[in-house]
Ligand binder design. Structure first.
Ligand code: GLN
Length: 203
């Protein structure tokens, strides 16, 4: 069914591994290029994007992750992970880079200091069933969405907080904290089909 990696440079790695495992996935932390090469999909967790960026360069992971994204590997980025997937960052810390791939501009820490954390119920038309409960923790907002990306969810005031583009899925919030499973399930379905199409070549 394929192997899933959680980028384990910094951030809430354990929560993602736990949820993915609960969903029946073979999930493992990924820190090195050879570990990345062994997985069919990658989660980039929440944390601090400037630190994830710095460590990814120190560990020689920036190029391998960019290559994996370009080759169509399914990636789910939450919060700092969404920032790492965005083609452009507003309010980046000096010299901060992303991996890129998602045709969006995100603004870091968009929800301001006085509301560092809140929960919201989000309608996600792409999902059947009820609203999604989303935990925002100093999350980014998607300020503009380019033609290649699609909006999956917005707050009632219209601010975009979930986007996807091909195999990339980026969320401003943390579904792994509220026990929301549908985004991870959507990601895992892509990992599985990626694994099926890749398996014959790698055998
Ligand atoms: N503010 C963080 C950043 O800019 C993201 C916060 C989070 O991932 N919960 O990377």
């Amino acid at each position: 069914r394929g192997k899933v990696g959680v980028l384990a440079l910094q951030g809430d790695v354990r929560e993602h591994v736990a949820l993915l495992t609960e969903l029946g996935a073979d999930a493992t932390p990924v820190r090195r290029p050879d570990e990345l090469a062994a997985v069919d999909g990658l989660v980039i967790p929440g944390g601090e994007s400037s630190v994830i960026d710095k460590l990814s360069r120190i560990f020689g992971m920036q190029e391998p992750i960019r290559d994996a994204i370009a080759s169509g590997m399914p990636v789910l980025g939450t919060c700092a992970g969404l920032i790492m997937l965005a083609d452009d960052i507003v309010d980046a810390i000096d010299g901060q880079e992303s991996f890129g791939g998602l045709d969006v501009v995100v603004r870091r820490n968009a929800f301001g200091r006085q509301v560092e954390s809140f929960e919201a119920e989000l309608e996600v038309p792409a999902f059947g069933g009820g609203p999604v409960s989303a935990a925002f923790i100093r999350g980014p907002v998607v300020e503009s969405v380019g033609p290649r990306a699609t909006v999956l969810a917005a707050l009632p005031d219209g601010r975009v907080v979930a986007v996807e583009q091909g195999n990339l899925l980026g969320l401003s919030f943390h579904p792994e904290i509220t026990g929301e499973r549908r985004f991870h399930e959507r990601f895992l379905a892509r990992v599985e089909s990626r694994h099926r199409t890749r398996a014959p070549q790698s055998a």
